[in-house]
Write a new protein. Structure first.
Length: 514
């Protein structure tokens, strides 16, 4: 980790900071859930099958203290905060600046414009605690702490302050065709070390972080997530979920993108929220005649879309994180639930996507997620759950299942559906054929990007390619539409494939932000 300084804070100071976070994240009053009481092996009287009063408060507090100590130990062993070396404490005026971490620097050696605040430090702690808690829920204290050597830690690197765009999301700003072999060489060696790298930003503070998750640690979480069934989604899981009613204007329309013929149709009814159990789980990002994106719920508050819908890689708002609102199951003036992405949320994209912003290899990493803490759209009864997600180790298995695509075209951009109705959902009447794979592959040899035939246009970036997987017995997302190659051939559209690598990223976000 060249040019970075590892935190050297005292354990006592860490305990004080972490305890505050533990209290807010993990500890309830002495009225606890029956499930928590059972986990702590405490007898109590159940009230309404939801909460129970503990008869022995000292026993509970003792068990909680022991649990806290275990969590703190896992934090210490498995996580490590990192900051850029050229930073200072905000509002420091000393000649020799002492960071709260104990690191001393001469003021002349520190850039005035880069300030490390109390908020950044607290959010670093928060991420450490969240990752440690996810590990504990994915394994056991005995296994995690019984290490003969120091495990390779998850590193959380503070990058500084991010910027958010006040401009609308430009639907036309999509990755362009590139020579994959040349573009892949643009990724730095640091980001090709076999670990998992994610860049995130906290909307509350604007602080950006880069997280490196060792493959061994990721495996603990991803295996537990699969055993728990996080990848299977929720709600109606049988094939009937796609049998939605015909829309008011459900007719085949000419003059589209794929092969010069557009078979997209309006899904559902005009200005009426979607009724299909699948379509209620799809959302629009903002929305306008020349703006917007699409996406899909893969968790209660986990909103999957294209990376360029989360962090802008070109255009007037290049380098900015998006702002606005997600609306699930929208058709025109009606939708089932909404979530602000302008407050109380985290954004995440692969680090390789941002690192390659000047090199269009970004297309192979063009996937991202909004995590909306305050708005859990998937738990809204009118939305009715979320999709699962799946990777296929072979291309033939990936192509085996009939794939659907639905999203929200921006009617003011090129090649929209005929008689396009703004902020309404459209989808192809035929399945998405697959016509090519990128040379950029994940560590298991799965291509990160594919080409497909479903008709799309600007505004549909982030819309899922999804299918009913009869083996899993669930509706799953297997790719995210990202762009158009400009050829008008049989498979002119790009999609980021859900590889094993990206599936693990999703499982990590599901587990870290439950």
């Amino acid at each position: 980790m060249n040019n970075f300084s590892i935190f050297a804070f005292s354990f006592k100071g860490f305990i004080n900071q972490a305890s505050i976070l533990l209290t807010s994240l993990l500890i309830a009053p002495l009225v606890v859930s029956s499930k928590d009481a059972a986990a702590m092996d405490v007898e109590c009287d159940v009230q309404n099958d939801v909460v129970c009063e503990v008869s022995d408060a000292n026993s509970v507090m003792s068990k909680r203290a022991n649990s806290d100590e275990i969590l703190k130990r896992v934090v210490e062993l498995y996580t490590r905060p990192v900051i850029a070396g050229n930073v200072q404490r905000k509002d420091s005026s000393d000649t020799n600046i002492t960071l709260q971490t104990g690191l001393k620097r001469k003021k002349s050696d520190i850039a005035e414009s880069v300030q490390f605040s109390d908020t950044a430090e607290k959010e670093l702690y928060e991420l450490q605690v969240r990752f440690a808690d996810a590990l504990l829920r994915s394994s056991t204290p005995e296994k995690l702490l019984a290490q003969s050597a120091q495990p390779e830690p998850v590193t959380i690197q503070w990058l500084g302050s991010g910027s958010f765009s006040t401009l609308p999301t430009l639907a036309s700003s999509q990755p362009v065709p590139v020579d994959e072999d040349v573009a892949e060489s643009g990724i730095s060696e640091e980001l090709r070390d076999g670990a998992y790298w994610m860049d995130g930003v906290s909307e509350v503070s604007g602080n950006e972080f880069r997280v490196r998750i060792p493959a061994k640690t990721m495996n603990i979480i991803s295996v537990a997530a699969e055993n728990e069934g996080l990848h299977l989604g929720s709600g109606i899981r049988d094939e009937s979920a796609e049998k939605d009613a015909l829309g008011e204007n459900e007719v085949v329309m000419p003059l589209g993108i794929s092969n010069g013929f557009d078979s997209r149709v309006l899904k559902g009814s005009i200005n009426t929220a979607q009724t299909s159990s699948n379509l209620r789980k799809l959302f629009q990002v903002n929305g306008g005649r020349r703006t917007g994106c699409s996406g899909v719920l893969v968790g209660p508050k986990h909103n999957l879309t294209a990376g360029h819908c989360v962090w802008r890689w070109r255009g007037a708002n290049r380098g900015n994180w998006s702002t606005g609102t997600l609306r699930a199951g929208r058709n025109g003036t009606a939708w089932h639930a909404d979530a602000s992405i302008s407050s109380n949320r985290w954004y995440w994209v692969p680090s390789q996507y941002r690192a390659s912003v000047s090199n269009p290899v970004a297309g192979a990493w063009d996937i991202g997620m909004f995590v909306t803490h305050a708005s859990r759209m998937g738990e809204d009864p009118d939305v009715g759950g979320w999709f699962g997600y799946a990777y296929y180790t072979s291309n033939s298995d990936f192509e085996y299942y009939y794939k659907y695509n639905r999203g929200y075209p921006a009617c003011g951009l090129s090649s929209p559906p005929d008689n396009c109705r703004q902020n309404h959902m459209y989808g192809d009447t035929t399945g998405c054929g697959i016509g090519g794979y990128s040379s950029s592959k994940d560590p298991w040899g799965i291509p990160r990007r594919v080409k497909h035939s479903c008709d799309t246009s600007g505004g549909m970036s982030g819309s899922p390619l999804y299918e009913y997987n009869s083996f899993l017995g669930a509706w799953v997302v297997s790719a995210i539409h990202t762009g158009y190659d400009g050829t008008g051939g049989s498979t002119p559209n790009y999609a980021t494939r859900i590889t094993r690598e990206f599936a693990n990223d999703i499982s990590w976000l599901r587990s870290t932000f439950p």
